[in-house]
Design a protein around this ligand. Sequence first.
Ligand SMILES: [Fe+2]
Ligand SMILES: [Fe+2]
Length: 205
Amino acid sequence: MSFSRSTRFIDDWHTACYVVLKAVAGAISYPIPAEKRKKKNEMSKMTTLADAFYNELQDIYSAEKQLVKAMPKMAKKATCEKLTAAFEKHLEQTTIQVGRVEKAFEDTGKPAKAKTCEAMKGLITEAESMMEEDAVPEVMDAILIGLAQKVEHYEIATYGTLCTWADQLGYTNAKKYLGQNMDEEEKTDKALTALSTAKNKAAMA
Ligand SMILES: [Fe+2]
Ligand SMILES: [Fe+2]
């Protein structure tokens, strides 16, 4: 067999294998795992902006509740007194924010319930992993500020969306309560930037 004939034979063979495998894959129906099937059934169809609002409210409700559990660890890890105080202050605010979100649910006429916020879960997992790093105190404080600011930015984005939607839906009370939460998140973010500006020089040495 000449060189060109043998390469052609290999090409043809590859093509034949590809066609057979594709046909077999198409013929097999892969069963959906029970867990996934259950999740799909639990998902309710969203047909209006009010449905999307209710869904997003459940997300931030979960996020705030996760933070109430996670923040004490960050406050404990901080070495700078001002940073510890900032975390403790925001923990108190977060506890109050959970209550405000519960009040915001009233405008929807539906019960207050949490739907796991996967984004916050990820941010907290990342924070926990970073807190395990072998970093000198000044550097760990800088890392903690950065982690907390990621959380604040996520919250600001979510509250921003929720406030706009509440306004459009005529949910006056929800807009008031969610707006108060957003205001606190923005102030916390600014306070963290100020702390970072003042403290990080020590970490640059
Ligand atoms: Fe919050
Ligand atoms: Fe926050």
